[in-house]
Ligand binder design. Structure first.
Ligand SMILES: Cc1cc2nc3c(=O)[nH]c(=O)nc-3n(C[C@H](O)[C@H](O)[C@H](O)COP(=O)(O)OP(=O)(O)OC[C@H]3O[C@@H](n4cnc5c(N)ncnc54)[C@H](O)[C@@H]3O)c2cc1C
Ligand SMILES: Cc1cc2nc3c(=O)[nH]c(=O)nc-3n(C[C@H](O)[C@H](O)[C@H](O)COP(=O)(O)O)c2cc1C
Ligand SMILES: *[C@@H]1O[C@H](CO)[C@@H](O)[C@H](O)[C@H]1NC(C)=O
Ligand SMILES: *[C@@H]1O[C@H](CO)[C@@H](O)[C@H](O)[C@H]1NC(C)=O
Length: 676
C-alpha cells in the first residue's frame, strides 16, 4: 500500500493535525465546487448539492417543493465563464430566497427548450458569443429555435409563446470583435418579440476589459429589481442571508507518497475517443511536419498533417480540428516551484464527499503533478478578478507588505490598483504567483477554482476530404509575442505543436463549421485570407481541383486575395498556389506584400483595386460567394469596411445601404467568415 496523506492546506498533514482531518473533510464537502471549464465537466449537480447542504441548516420551515416556484438559470458557454456566472447568481438568489423557490442551473445544450422554456416563470440566461457573432456550439439548437419562433411571430403573426416568462440575460463577449455580445442581444430581442418580460435590462460583459465587474454591476441591478418588484416574494430570508459561504471550491487531492506510486493516468486517457467531439478526442498521429516560412523570415508558421485513421471522424473543406495542447516543461516547472510541490508528486483527485458521482470528470486515476499542470492548468492567460480573489483567499495568513497588498488588490478599495497591476498589463496567473511568493494555494483549490482549464486550440483545416479523407492538414503560425508585462509569451499551443515530429500523437477532434464552398463548381467565389487565413482556402482549392478532375465539370471564377509581409519570407504554399493558378483552379491571384515596399499593402487595398470586378460577381443579384478568413480584430473589420464601401459605390447610396446589401448576402449564406 502507498502511504496516503491528505493534502488540505497546501502541505501534507503532520501527525497532530490528522485529528482535524475529518473535520476539514466535512468543510471540504460543503465547499461550493465548480470547475470553470466546460470541456468535459458538467458540474451543476455537484454545485447544487453543495449549496443545498448549506441552505438546509438555517431554514426553519421549509416549504414543500411542490409549492415552490421554479427559477431557471441556463448557460451557453465554451470556456466556462457563462457557467460560473450562472452559478454565482443562483447561489446569491438562493441565499436570499432559498426557502421559497427551487433553483435549477443547466447547460443550455442539455435543456429541453421546446418543452420547458414556454413554461418557465423566471429564467436567467448567460450566453457567450463565438465565431462571428454566433452562438456557442452548445446553444446552436436553442438559438435556431428561438430565432425561428420569433420570426414566426413577427412575420407570420404566430401567437407569442413566452408571454408567461420573466427573464433577464447576461451576454458575454469581447468588444474587439465586430459583433459584440451578439448572441445575448439577439436572444433578448427574440424573447421580447415572443412576449416575455424583462426583469432587468440585459447586461453585456466585455472580456477585453473586466467581465467580472460587468457581471457584478448587472447582478446588483437585477437583485434590486427582483426585490423592488417582489418578483420572488417580498420577504428576503433573514436566516438564509446569515449563512456564510464556506471555504473555496476545491477538489480533494491526495498525495500518494512512499514506494513507487505509479501514475496510472495520462490525463488524455480520454483520448481513446473517436475524434468527433471535444469529449471524445482521438489520439491522432502526426505524419508530416514542416516549416512554411523561408529561412530569412523572422517568424515561423508550420504545416502539420494529422492522421485520423482509426477514428470515426470525417470532415468537409472549411471544418476545424480541435487539439488538446500542453504547457511547456519550463512553465510547468516554474508553476511547481510556486506551488511548492515536486513535479513528480503523484496525485489523486476526488470530488468532495457527498457529491453525486455523475460528474466522473476529474481524472479518476493517479497522475503526476507535472502531467496535471501540463495538460490541465491554464497559467498564462490574463488573470480574471474572480480567480485572483480566490488566490488571495489562500494568502489570508500572509503578513507584511505582501499580505496587505494582496488583500488590497482583492478588495473593493484596490480596484484601480488591480486594474493597473493585473488587468491592463494582462498579468497571468503564473506572474501573479511570482509577484506573491508567499502564497501557495493548496492543489485542490488551485485546480478547483484558481487555474482555469487549458482549452483545446482550433485550426481551420487546410486540406480537402477528396484528396485527404483521413489526413487533416493544419497551418499554424507560431505565437512569440512580447506582452505588456514585458514577458515573451510563447504561444502555448502553437509552440507545443511546433515541436511535433512524425509519429507523435495529438488528442484531436473534428469540429464542424458552416464555412462551405457553394454546391456547384461553376459558381464564382472570392476568397480573402492573408497569413494563416489562407488555410481553409487551401482546403477549398484542394477540394475544387479534386471535384473538377472527378466530374470534368467546368469551374467558375475563383479570386484569391492573399497577403503576407514579403514574397521571399512568408509567402506560404507559394508553389501550390501558382500551380493552381496555372491549372485554372484559381482564376485570379491577388497578392499584397505589406513590407515589400515603402507603402503598406494589405488585402483590403487589393480588394479596393478590384472592387468593380469583385462586386459584379458577388452582388446580391449575382450568384457568387465571398469568404473571409483569419484575424478578426483587424483584418476582417478592414475587409468588411471595404466590402461595404464597394456595395455603397455600386448602389450609389449611403453606407447603411451598403451595409444592408452585405447583410442580404449574409442572409443568403453568400458572405461567410471564419475569423478568430
Ligand atoms: C475557429 C478557429 C480557427 C483557427 N484557425 C487557425 C489556423 O488555421 N491557423 C492558426 O495559426 N491559428 C488558428 N486559430 C488560432 C489558434 O486556435 C490559436 O489561438 C493560436 O494557435 C494561438 O494559440 P497559442 O496557444 O499558441 O497562443 P496563446 O498562448 O493562446 O496566446 C494567444 C494570444 O494571446 C496573447 N496572450 C496570451 N496570454 C497573454 C497574456 N498573459 N498577456 C498578454 N497577451 C497574452 C498572445 O500574445 C497571443 O497573441 C484559429 C482559432 C479559431 C477559434
Ligand atoms: C474564437 C473566438 C471568437 C469570439 N467571437 C466573439 C464575437 O464574435 N463577439 C463577441 O462579443 N465575443 C466573441 N468572443 C469572446 C467570448 O464571447 C468571450 O471571451 C466570453 O467571455 C467567453 O465566454 P465563455 O467562457 O462562457 O465561453 C470570441 C472568443 C473566441 C475565443
Ligand atoms: C463517437 O463517440 C461519441 C461518444 O463517445 C458518440 O456519442 C458518437 O455517437 C460516436 N460517433 C461515431 C460516429 O461513432
Ligand atoms: C521569439 O522572439 C524573440 C524576440 O522577440 C526572439 O529573440 C526569439 O528568437 C523568438 N523565438 C522563436 C522561437 O521564434
Amino acid at each position: 500500500m502507498h502511504d496516503i496523506s491528505l493534502e488540505l492546506l497546501g502541505r501534507n498533514l503532520s501527525a497532530p493535525s490528522l485529528g482535524l482531518a475529518s473535520v476539514v473533510l466535512v468543510v471540504l464537502s460543503l465547499a461550493l465546487f465548480f470547475f470553470q471549464k466546460k470541456v468535459s465537466l458538467k458540474s451543476s449537480a455537484l454545485a447544487d448539492t453543495a449549496t443545498s447542504l448549506l441552505q438546509k441548516t438555517p431554514v426553519a420551515a421549509s416549504v414543500p417543493s411542490a409549492d415552490k416556484s421554479k427559477v431557471t438559470f441556463l448557460y451557453g458557454t465554451q470556456t466556462g465563464t457563462a457557467e460560473r456566472f450562472a452559478k454565482q447568481l443562483k447561489s446569491d438568489l438562493q441565499e436570499q430566497y432559498g426557502d421559497t423557490h427551487e433553483f435549477m442551473v443547466e447547460d443550455i445544450e442539455d435543456y429541453d427548450h421546446e418543452e420547458l422554456f414556454p413554461k418557465e416563470q423566471l429564467v436567467f440566461l448567460f450566453l457567450a458569443t463565438y465565431g462571428d457573432g454566433d452562438p456557442t456550439d452548445s446553444a446552436i439548437k436553442f438559438h435556431k429555435w428561438i430565432t425561428e419562433a420569433a420570426k414566426a411571430t413577427t412575420e407570420d403573426g404566430a401567437e407569442q409563446s413566452l408571454t408567461g416568462v420573466r427573464f433577464s440575460i447576461f451576454g458575454l463577449g469581447n468588444k474587439q470583435y465586430e459583433h459584440f455580445a451578439a448572441m445575448g442581444k439577439r436572444v433578448n430581442e427574440c424573447m421580447l418579440q415572443l412576449g416575455a418580460k424583462e426583469v432587468a435590462p440585459r447586461g453585456d460583459g466585455d472580456d477585453d476589459e473586466d467581465i467580472d465587474e460587468d457581471f457584478e454591476k448587472w447582478k446588483e441591478l437585477l437583485l434590486a429589481k427582483v426585490e423592488e418588484q417582489k418578483i420572488m416574494g417580498g420577504e428576503v430570508s433573514r436566516a438564509s442571508t446569515e449563512v456564510k459561504r464556506i471555504s473555496l471550491p476545491a477538489y480533494e487531492v491526495q498525495l500518494l507518497a512512499g514506494a513507487d506510486p505509479k501514475p496510472t493516468l495520462n490525463m488524455h486517457m480520454m483520448a481513446s475517443g473517436n475524434g468527433t467531439a471535444p469529449q471524445s478526442p482521438f489520439l491522432a498521429r502526426v505524419s508530416t511536419a514542416r516549416e512554411l516560412h523561408r529561412p530569412d523570415s523572422e517568424r515561423s508558421c508550420f504545416h502539420l498533417e494529422v492522421d485520423m485513421t482509426g477514428s470515426a471522424a470525417s470532415y468537409e473543406a472549411g471544418d476545424h480540428v480541435g487539439i488538446y495542447v500542453e504547457n511547456s516543461a519550463d512553465i510547468v516547472e516554474e508553476t511547481c516551484r510556486r506551488l511548492q510541490h515536486s513535479p513528480e508528486t503523484v496525485l489523486q483527485f476526488r470530488h468532495p464527499a457527498g457529491n453525486p458521482d455523475r460528474l466522473g470528470t476529474c481524472p479518476s486515476g493517479t497522475v503526476t503533478l507535472r502531467t496535471a499542470l501540463a495538460q490541465w492548468a491554464d497559467v498564462l492567460s490574463p488573470m480574471r478578478k474572480a480567480a485572483f480573489q480566490k488566490f488571495a483567499e489562500c494568502g489570508k495568513e500572509v503578513g507584511g507588505a505582501e499580505g496587505e497588498r494582496l488583500r488590497r488588490l482583492a478588495g473593493p478599495e484596490g480596484k484601480e490598483e488591480f486594474a493597473a497591476f493585473v488587468q491592463q498589463p494582462q498579468r497571468c496567473l503564473l506572474e501573479v504567483m511570482q509577484a506573491f511568493p508567499s502564497v501557495h494555494p493548496p492543489l485542490g483549490v488551485f485546480f478547483g477554482c484558481i487555474a482555469s482549464r487549458l482549452q483545446p486550440r482550433f485550426y481551420s483545416l487546410s486540406s480537402g476530404p477528396g484528396v485527404n479523407p483521413k489526413s487533416l492538414h493544419v497551418t499554424c503560425a507560431v505565437v512569440n509575442d512580447t506582452v505588456p508585462t514585458g514577458r515573451i509569451h510563447k504561444g502555448v499551443g502553437s509552440c507545443w505543436l511546433a515541436c511535433k515530429q512524425p509519429g507523435d500523437r495529438l488528442p484531436s477532434f473534428v469540429r464542424r463549421s458552416a464555412f462551405r464552398l457553394p454546391r456547384q463548381l461553376d459558381v464564382p467565389i472570392v476568397m480573402i485570407g492573408p497569413g494563416t487565413g489562407l488555410a481553409p482556402f487551401r482546403g477549398f482549392m484542394q477540394q475544387r481541383a479534386w471535384l473538377h478532375k472527378k466530374s470534368g465539370k467546368e469551374l467558375g471564377p475563383a479570386h484569391l486575395f492573399f497577403g503576407c509581409r514579403k514574397r521571399e519570407h512568408d509567402f506560404i504554399y507559394q508553389e501550390e498556389l501558382e500551380q493552381w493558378k496555372e491549372e485554372g483552379i484559381i482564376s485570379h491571384l491577388h497578392l499584397a506584400f505589406s513590407r515589400a515596399g515603402p507603402e503598406k499593402d494589405y488585402v483590403q487595398h487589393k480588394l479596393k483595386q478590384e472592387a468593380a470586378a469583385v462586386w459584379a460577381l458577388i452582388q446580391p443579384e449575382a450568384k457568387g460567394y465571398v469568404y473571409v478568413c483569419g484575424d478578426a480584430k483587424h483584418m476582417a473589420k478592414d475587409v468588411h469596411r471595404e466590402l461595404v464601401e464597394m456595395a455603397r459605390l455600386a448602389c450609389g447610396g449611403s453606407a447603411s445601404q451598403g451595409e444592408a446589401a452585405l447583410q442580404k448576402l449574409v442572409d443568403l449564406g453568400r458572405y461567410q467568415r471564419d475569423v478568430w
